[in-house]
Ligand binder design. Structure first.
Ligand code: NAD
Length: 352
């Protein structure tokens, strides 16, 4: 065994069916008396229902969370926090809502409880991506990490089939890059392999039957593990490319991750053979990049960036931006190879 450094993230996790009913207990445990419940407009009713379970310990809801955490929305939310004297936030939703809770916590140091309803995994990380005047910036701070995460499988039953598949593969991407991360260590790799296994088994079942409670439970468990991986170690080429593509061409987050992942893994395969072998083992497949490509097909996800609206002329531009700020990656960053990778992802060809 080689030496390693493992830094645990201090979050409390409650997992199960119907666990949102434990929210009042968790709110009391944190000593909150005036919690503000956050959601997107689409999940406003869910937020109202959850705020109602808190009785006098809630100061109501703020349901304006939106993609990419624009600072204008955070500023509006901060005014509501101040006007109502909120002493904590409860984010109910996917990565967008969690992002708003984190942005508030970064500015106010208020405690956060997250009740995730997608598989994005943001709740397990001290990372915040915000948009300032259309530009996405990323920050890391202990203030950003939520104090408590309540995973309630029942709240994921309504996640549409399409988003379930892409959000789940977005989670798998965290674990894949965690396995070959610069800071990779045996503890995080255990979580990564188990997270990939749980999600890869569950996602095709969910595509067939979105109300399959056992598959939903496995997927949420996998998402938790993959989120913990993202929170513990640095990412590489895949996440950088998705960040570039999403920001430059306004492509949807989870779909972009789903399309790029098989190609990014193929790019790094020769430089990270042990990581690729573990991904393959978790997927029960000899060719891990191809198995990820097939998984996307099995969950009915898009497989070509052109189908998301990216223009062909963007391929060279994306390669240029992705190389502008060098970062760590197991395989050297080569302009020709990166451009070829993006082209395959753009066309929807199998990874090579
Ligand atoms: P999302 O939060 O944008 O949700 C997409 C839509 O689905 C929203 O309208 C939401 O209300 C709805 N929805 C969510 N759960 C639902 C459910 N159970 N039933 C019905 N509708 C539901 O999507 P996402 O993929 O979870 O999050 C993407 C965002 O998260 C991106 O901005 C990404 O950058 C961020 N993210 C951040 C981190 C991090 O560590 N900082 C990690 C992963 C993702």
């Amino acid at each position: 065994m080689q030496g390693f450094v493992y830094q645990a993230q201090p979050a409390r996790v409650v997992f199960g069916h119907g666990t949102f009913r434990q929210l009042p207990e968790e709110v009391a445990r944190l000593g909150l008396e005036r919690a503000l419940v956050l959601a997107t407009p689409q999940q406003a009713q869910e937020a109202e229902r959850i705020a109602a379970t808190l009785g006098g310990r809630s100061v109501g809801t703020f349901s304006e969370a939106t993609m990419h955490t624009p600072v204008e929305v955070t500023e509006r939310a901060m005014k509501v926090v101040a006007a109502r004297g909120a002493d904590g936030v409860i984010a109910v939703g996917g990565g967008s809502t969690t992002g708003l809770g984190k942005a508030i916590a970064l500015r106010s140091d208020l405690p956060q409880i997250v009740v995730p309803t997608t598989y994005a995994g943001s709740e397990m990380t001290p990372i915040l991506g915000e948009t300032v005047a259309g530009r996405k910036t990323t920050q890391v701070s202990p203030k950003i990490l939520p104090e408590v995460v309540i995973y309630d499988v029942d709240l994921t039953l309504t996640l549409p089939v399409g988003l379930s598949g892409t959000s789940g593969i977005n989670a798998i991407a965290h674990a894949v890059e965690g396995l070959y991360a610069k800071e990779a260590n045996p503890i995080v790799s255990l979580m990564a392999e188990e997270g990939i296994r749980a999600l890869a088994c569950a996602l095709p079942k969910i595509a067939q039957d979105p109300l399959d409670r056992a598959a939903r439970s496995d997927a949420l468990y996998g998402a938790f593990l993959c989120g913990a991986v993202l929170g513990a170690v640095g990412m590489a080429l895949h996440h950088k490319l998705c960040h570039t593509l999403g920001g430059s061409f306004d492509l949807p987050h989870a779909e972009t991750h789903t399309i790029v992942l098989p190609h990014a893994l193929a790019y790094n395969a020769a430089a990270a053979p042990q990581a690729v072998a573990r991904v393959g083992r978790a997927l029960g497949a000899g060719n891990a990049p191809l198995a990820l490509y097939e998984l996307a097909g099995a969950v009915g996800a898009p497989r070509a960036l052109r189908d998301l609206g990216m223009p062909e002329s963007g391929i060279a531009e994306a390669a240029e931006i992705a190389l502008a700020n060098p970062y760590w990656n197991p395989a050297p960053l080569d302009r020709g190879r990166i451009e070829a990778l993006i082209r395959r992802a753009w066309e929807g060809s199998p990874p090579a």
